[in-house]
Design a protein around this ligand. Sequence first.
Ligand SMILES: [Zn+2]
Length: 274
Amino acid sequence: MKLQNKFIELRNKRQGLLATNFYNFETLEGVLLAAKSNNQPLILQLTRSSINYLGLPVAFNLAKSMLDYHGVEGWIHLDHGDSYELAAQCLDIGFDSVMIDASEQPFKENIALTSKVVKLAESYGANVEAELGYIAKLGQDKEGSGFTQPEEAKQFVEATGVNALAVAIGTAHGFYDKEPKLDLERLSEISKATDAILVLHGGSGISGESLKQAIDRGICKINLATEIKNIFMQTLKTTLSTNKEIDLRKVFPTATNQIVELVKGKLEIVRNTK
Ligand SMILES: [Zn+2]
């Protein structure tokens, strides 16, 4: 099934689709084993830095072949694409979906670049996600303001024809000092103003209850990256501090298994059963 149709199907049931970032074989294996165990679909995301790290064909084909191997329903997505060229490369190799993030540019420039990517993606039948508003990136000020305005969201989606929109309603990338309070009223208004699939970035560290409330009010895609990286590295550090094992095939699975448990829990949340 096309991702665009899956979004609609899930949104009608007030359910969300989890989008997990992966960085190597082990993190990919972890998220896929969780999806398989829960029998739930998921989106596999790559940022520019992960693409640079793995190599675009390697990253794409690894994800593709592991989806097939594990029999998981999933889609491959470019997370925070920062240029038309990168989006084009990803579409050309077969990504199901790309994000073009021009959220730090003025409204008009964001519309212009997003429209260009939407036009290109049409010929591939691919999904396009854009971002409107300020969602602090790693290292940026979390207190920075710039929540998504419902009226602007409506204008933006109409002008660009974009399928999915990342909204700024109080989340940020990375970990939080304390869990932020999501602006759920605003989310409801955005959801009323536009038919686009709404996306929550910065899902790490948001409680299950808050995530469910966000899904109830129209969020359909929930991104998870920081918690995956963190649990993998923390587990490795702990394991290695008391272990002289040099067979990496005996070391990595302990960290991979922690990702499986983490992602199973998140998948259970986005299923949003009361
Ligand atoms: Zn993000």
